[in-house]
Write a protein that binds this ligand. Structure first.
Ligand SMILES: [Zn+2]
Length: 145
């Protein structure tokens, strides 16, 4: 499986959300948890796809420690916002792979906090690898529907 394969799974998942964002948690080339944005459905401002996935995984595992997400990669159709990027730091995921960037979302008129996930992660205490731009145009297209 490649980054593109997982991002394609993310594109499908994103279409179930209140807004077209999704997150896919992957370990050893396998999808472990999928999630999408439920902020409106749940009346929860923090119910972004990434937060939903991190929550449902730790609930499943009945474990919370900074080691739970070691070796896990979080795929997101759009660059994690500062809240979600910080949650990834607290979770300790090993890698974040995203499609469209915050900059690209702002350019198409989406309301975003203009702080890149890389800038936030650069200030953290974990070593998180960031890969960006995977199927970015297709991720952006979901906002134009
Ligand atoms: Zn977010």
């Amino acid at each position: 499986m490649t980054h593109e394969n997982f991002m394609r799974a993310g594109l499908t998942e994103a279409q179930k959300g209140d807004l077209p964002y999704s997150a896919i948690l992957v370990k050893d080339n396998q999808i472990i948890v999928r999630g999408f944005n439920t902020a409106q459905t749940d009346n929860d401002v923090s119910a972004h796809a990434e937060i939903n996935v991190l929550r449902s995984f730790t609930k499943q595992k009945k474990n919370y420690s900074l080691d739970v997400f070691k070796e896990y990669t979080l795929y997101t159709t759009c660059e994690p916002c500062p809240m979600c990027a910080a949650a990834c730091v607290w979770a300790g995921v090993s890698e974040i792979v995203f499609g469209a960037s915050i900059e690209q979302l702002i350019a198409i008129g989406s309301e975003q906090i203009d702080l890149s996930c890389e800038a936030l992660v650069a200030k953290e205490f974990q070593d998180i690898k960031i890969t960006k731009g995977i199927l970015a145009q297709e991720c952006l297209e979901l906002f134009k529907k």
